[in-house]
Write a protein that binds this ligand. Structure first.
Ligand code: FMN
Length: 220
């Protein structure tokens, strides 16, 4: 079944309806995100407004709603599967800064964002992450995302659904300030963010293990 296939969707250039823009019209930041029920999309849109960024929604080839869809999300997340994606509309390598957003699924990143990170190379020091969640799992999700990206995020932002319902202005503003201030690959968690390790080694397994332990303490 295509949805369960491991690996990123491959596509010919004709299948990629990527938008070509001149340097004048090109924005400096791309926000790439997946959203199943709308929270991550709302956060991405709020960020895009503040950063004057382009948006690119990560969509899976065979989305499923309802209980069956939830079961697939659970399975893919727990088994670290990478479902096939629809072609991107933007080329992330065109942008000086790429912000990747995911919902937290079972204390980890969502499987569509795992697919996207596995299939796209991000330049060192030129990416940041945000996640949305019911209440916990951001630390482990960010550690896994950094591992997939091969380096430390410039900044991270974790928002709960409750915060997003309330607007999340302060946390989003702090994240935007951290993005604008951070000159290099150093991780700078903004207010309201889950703390991840601050060195480039954040992506390494040792850090992932420490974050995992912290998350488990949080859950228990
Ligand atoms: C399959 C699945 C697993 C989830 N696991 C977690 C979790 O481990 N921790 C948590 O706080 N929220 C969890 N949630 C809640 C979502 O992270 C949260 O509602 C998020 O904001 C949804 O984003 P979206 O509306 O953009 O899809 C889970 C949701 C789904 C669908």
């Amino acid at each position: 079944m295509q949805r369960r296939k491991k690996g990123h969707a491959s596509a010919t250039p004709e299948q990629h309806p990527r938008q070509t823009m001149s340097e004048d019209t090109m924005k400096k930041t791309l926000i790439v995100f997946h959203s199943r029920s709308g929270y991550t999309r709302r956060a991405a849109q709020a960020l895009a407004q503040r950063l004057d960024a382009d948006l690119d929604e990560i969509r899976i080839v065979q989305p499923l709603a309802g209980t069956l869809g939830y079961a697939f999300c659970a399975l893919e997340s727990l088994l670290h599967l990478t479902p096939a994606l629809r072609p991107s509309t933007r080329d992330a390598s065109d942008y000086p800064l790429v912000v990747v957003g995911t919902p937290v699924w079972f204390w980890n990143l969502s499987s569509p964002v795992r697919s996207w990170l596995a299939g796209n190379r991000l330049a060192k020091g030129r990416f940041a992450f945000f996640c949305t969640m019911g209440g916990s799992g951001a630390g482990r999700a960010f550690a896994a995302m950094q591992e997939l990206a091969g380096g430390a995020a410039r900044a991270t932002l974790a928002l709960t659904d409750g915060q997003i319902d309330a607007g999340a202005d302060a946390a989003i503003d702090a994240f935007v300030r951290a993005l604008r201030a951070a000159p290099s690959a150093a991780t700078a968690p903004a207010a309201g963010c889950a703390a991840v390790a601050s060195s480039a080694g954040a992506a390494r397994a040792g850090t992932a293990r420490r974050v995992l332990v912290a998350e488990h303490r949080h859950i228990l």
